[in-house]
Design a protein around this ligand. Structure first.
Ligand SMILES: Cc1ncc(COP(=O)(O)O)c(C=O)c1O
Length: 427
């Protein structure tokens, strides 16, 4: 007679002999995937740093040196150094000691803290919208919102700028709806695509205000005009503009006085606001739809209240202070002028971003390596797929705390390296 326990044991045992001798060599496939990146010169190496609180852009670099080496950070998206601001740090310390480290749950189950509620009200007010909704990052806000919106709107067609960020592309792909890609900032092409589709179909135009790798700005008002003409909704990613533009840091939509014309404004809390997280702001019903249907919002632990407290302090500060914004704009203008005067191929867009074109992944990495090893300058090379192949570049983000002396040292270093590597000068 078979005992109950041996039956139970048999139920949890499997015959583990391979069913087919042509087994996949998983390890080889993974190694080849990495080898391909090395061969193209775009294998990513993360440098290991610690920022020095209160002394940004100074930091310490750990990798490849004997002990920490002092460096200057030139590629942080903490554009205004708000991640080091005394008000932000004090708010985070206070929250940590008041309520502890984590939120303890999803927004629906235990993780809806008073900090989250306050921050959503603050962000809705920043953009003049009825409501806002927090996500764990800007990436998640884009992916979750775009995928959900199009699912709630059967037959929806999304019109997407060709340079939209990977998170928007992922959201549009996951929406599973029809999509049309318009040439970057090309109104005529967008209109051509809108006009070619069924006038009765639901439509959504998804675009960014500041394109962070080019440093250029979308014609937001004109895109709103097209949206009105073709009865389309608008979705604007202001990730590189919130905190940075507009009298209260409401982004390009505030600067251009068009926030009320946009259906949804999306932003990050991890760049100019200096902490972490993402959000959308829109009318109450749309926010309620995303809150109620988006898996990326629903099924995840909410942001730590400590982070949210820091963001609250940052958003409130930047609503009333323009000192950081003005300092940052001045620094960007000075650096662009210095690089351009030195004959370096700087892209002189109208924004705070200072890209220098290299056009080759191996050379971009080489320049970055020399800058770090010989000059203590940290700038990450930007390669495909972040930018199209052949447009690899260095992307400098000077902040209010980068001094003119630092800019001069950087410019001199680049001139020396450009000569050493026999690189292309500005046209
Ligand atoms: C245009 C754009 N949208 C969204 C994101 C994602 O934001 P986050 O870093 O908060 O996930 C980024 C990040 O680099 C971005 O550049």
């Amino acid at each position: 007679m078979i005992s109950e326990s041996s039956e139970a044991r048999r139920a949890t045992q499997v015959d583990a002999r391979p069913v087919d001798a042509r087994a996949v060599d998983y390890s080889r496939v993974f190694t080849q995937a990495i080898d391909r990146l090395h061969a193209e010169g775009r294998y990513r190496v993360f440098i290991d740093i610690l920022r020095n609180k209160g002394m940004f852009p100074n930091a310490r670099c750990f990798a490849g040196h004997n002990g920490p080496k002092p460096i200057t950070v030139w590629c942080s998206n903490d554009y205004l150094a708000m991640g080091q601001h005394p008000k932000v740090i004090a708010a985070m310390e206070e929250a940590l000691h008041d309520v502890g480290a984590g939120s303890g749950g999803t927004r629906n189950i235990g993780g809806n803290t008073h900090y989250h509620v306050d921050l959503e009200a603050e962000l809705a007010d920043l953009h003049g919208k009825e409501a806002a909704l927090l996500f764990t990052s800007g990436y998640v806000s884009n992916e979750a919102t775009l995928a959900t919106l199009a699912k709630v709107l059967p037959g929806c067609i999304i019109y997407s700028d060709e340079l939209n960020h990977a998170s928007m592309i992922a959201g549009i792909r996951n929406a599973g709806c029809e999509k049309r890609v318009f040439r970057h900032n090309d109104l005529a092409h967008l209109e051509e695509l809108l006009a070619a589709d069924d006038a009765g179909a639901p439509k959504l135009i998804a675009f960014e205000s500041v394109y962070s790798m080019e440093g250029d700005v979308a014609p937001v008002a004109a895109i709103c005009d097209l949206a009105d003409k073709y009865n389309a909704l608008t979705y604007l990613d202001e990730v590189h503009a919130v905190g940075m533009y507009g009298a209260r840091g409401g982004g390009i939509s505030e600067r251009d006085e068009v926030a009320d014309r946009l259906t949804i404004i999306e932003g990050t809390l991890g760049k100019a606001f200096g902490v972490m997280g993402g959000y959308i702001a829109a009318d109450r019903t749309i926010v309620d739809v995303i809150r109620s249907y988006a898996p990326g919002f629903i099924f995840t632990t909410s942001l730590s209240p400590v982070l949210v407290a820091g963001v609250l302090a940052s958003v409130r500060h930047l609503k009333s202070s323009s000192v950081e914004r003005d300092g940052q704009q001045a620094a960007a203008a000075t650096l662009k002028a210095m690089l351009s005067d030195a004959g370096l191929p700087v892209m002189t867009g109208e924004t705070h971003i200072v890209p220098v074109m290299v056009g080759d992944p191996v050379k971009a990495k080489k320049i970055s390596d020399i800058l770090l090893a010989e000059y203590g300058v940290y700038v990450q090379p930007i390669n495909y797929p972040t930018v199209p192949r052949g447009t690899e570049r260095l992307r400098f983000t000077p902040g209010p705390a980068h001094s003119e002396a630092m800019m001069r040292e950087l410019t001199d270093a680049l001139v020396e390296i450009w000569g050493r590597l026999d690189l292309r000068q500005a046209a």
